[in-house]
Design a protein around this ligand. Structure first.
Ligand SMILES: NC(=O)C1=CN([C@@H]2O[C@H](COP(=O)(O)OP(=O)(O)OC[C@H]3O[C@@H](n4cnc5c(N)ncnc54)[C@H](OP(=O)(O)O)[C@@H]3O)[C@@H](O)[C@H]2O)C=CC1
Ligand SMILES: O=C1OC[C@@H](O)[C@H](O)[C@H]1O
Length: 382
């Protein structure tokens, strides 16, 4: 819903003039009426088609790209299905359940010459572009350490009491790591890895602690990851990061307050990014010479409440703001226009590497999901 409402906001309202978006169709695997209701609720054009199956959707010749927003467990099968049918794909985070699945999708997209991108919306925000530019311009010096927290006190036993919700359900690849930890890792990777010249980027070493979620056991309640990124002495030497996530405690317990969830530190100072890590709207640059530069990055848009974070606390848009998912949609459309097959700010190799890190965290923490959602076999009925 949130993505679709954002998609329908005229790109010109955010200064983007070279593309436009429309919704041609929506599909529900449960019923056609659900798809119809969705189109109505989101204000889609009246000629948009409603399909009662994904099979019908991918046969529609008017569709350029499919946005996949099913639970993580289903991304691999759903994305493979769309790619096999010749559709470009923008697939929600976490991209897949594991790196093997991400690699298989990347290979399929390449074989079919199709666009494929993980929809990590945060990477495409102007705020993120600004932070990466600050880093590459050298204002804080070579980044030596990144501390990244994306945690929400979701009161899991109460919110997800039957254990079926995708946040805690092992059959849906539930847990903090894949759902929320992906953003902590996004901040680590986009500041310590993506900002390095491509030829010098090296995978990090990973040390992890994982706490499993009591009631279901086979999902994580919290994960904390220490990463060491190897770098040459000329580039500042090795850099460290701590990426952490939790379903039980919050980065900012009393709202989005004054504690930066993300701190990017170099010898000359640090860049702070305020919570929530997935949709930050405030940054602070603090240099050792006493310079302090604070910026607000409210999302442009025509109206409040175009979406919220799954209905969880603290996430409603302010009046007069968009949600911010349109930036990733703009990038996907721009890539189509330019003939690119991957996202500009996170290509498939980086999505795969982040999945490898999450695989390693789960390996060290002893967390695996049911075989039918870990497999690279296709098709598998889920
Ligand atoms: N970028 C962001 O800010 C956010 C991203 N997300 C991501 O979006 C994705 C979906 O999350 P969310 O919308 O909360 O998920 P939901 O649990 O609401 O599921 C979304 C849809 O997937 C289908 N679905 C749900 N459960 C199943 C199932 N067991 N089997 C088959 N299909 C199912 C249903 O569609 P159908 O009509 O076809 O049955 C459902 O409407 C996740 O990958 C999540 O990480 C979520 C929230 C915010
Ligand atoms: O992507 C997300 O960001 C916001 C969270 O509320 C949500 O659980 C997650 O899927």
């Amino acid at each position: 819903v949130t993505f679709t409402k954002d998609l329908l906001v005229d790109p010109k309202t955010r200064g983007v003039n070279h593309i436009k978006h429309t919704v041609v169709a929506a599909a529900s695997s449960s019923s056609k009426s659900r798809a119809e209701q969705f189109l109505k609720d989101t204000g889609c054009p009246s000629d948009a088609k409603a399909y009662g199956s994904y099979e019908e959707l991918v046969k529609d010749p008017n569709i350029d790209m499919v946005y996949i927003a099913t639970p993580h467990s289903h991304h691999y099968q759903n994305a493979m299905f769309c790619l096999e049918a010749g559709k470009n794909v923008l697939c929600e985070k976490a991209f897949t359940v594991n790196a093997a699945q991400a690699k298989a999708l990347a290979m399929k997209a390449q074989e079919k010459n199709l666009f494929l991108m993980e929809a990590v919306w945060t990477r495409y925000f102007p705020l993120s572009v600004y932070v990466r530019d600050l880093i590459t311009s050298g204002r804080i010096g070579p980044v030596a350490r990144v501390l990244a927290d994306n945690s929400m006190a979701l009161n899991p036993e109460e919110s997800f009491n039957d254990g079926k919700h995708r946040m805690v359900n092992p059959d849906l690849a539930g847990g903090a790591l894949l759902d929320l930890g992906i953003y902590s890792l996004t901040w680590v990777f986009q500041t310590l890895y993506h900002t390095q010249p491509e030829s010098t980027r090296q995978p990090p070493k990973v040390l992890a602690a994982l706490k499993s979620y009591g009631p279901t056991k086979a999902a994580d309640e919290a994960s904390t990851i220490v990463l060491n990124f190897p770098r040459s002495p000329e580039a500042g030497g090795d850099a460290h990061a701590v990426a952490t996530t939790s379903l039980r405690v919050a980065t900012a317990p009393a709202g989005n307050g004054d504690a930066p969830g993300i701190r990017i530190q170099g010898p000359n100072g640090e860049i702070q990014v305020f919570p929530p890590a997935f949709r930050p709207t405030r940054t602070k640059l603090i240099l050792r010479d006493g310079t302090v530069e604070e910026k607000n990055w409210s999302q442009p848009g025509p109206g409040g409440g175009s979406g919220w974070y799954n209905g969880f606390a603290g996430g409603r848009n302010a009046e007069g703001e968009g949600h911010g998912m349109f930036w990733e949609a703009d990038e996907a459309a721009t890539a189509l226009v330019e003939g690119r097959k991957e996202g500009k700010y996170e290509g498939l190799a980086e999505s795969i590497l982040i999945m490898e890190v999450m695989d390693e965290v789960r390996r060290q923490g002893g967390l695996s999901y049911p075989e039918k959602i870990e497999t690279t076999k296709y098709p598998v009925q889920l």
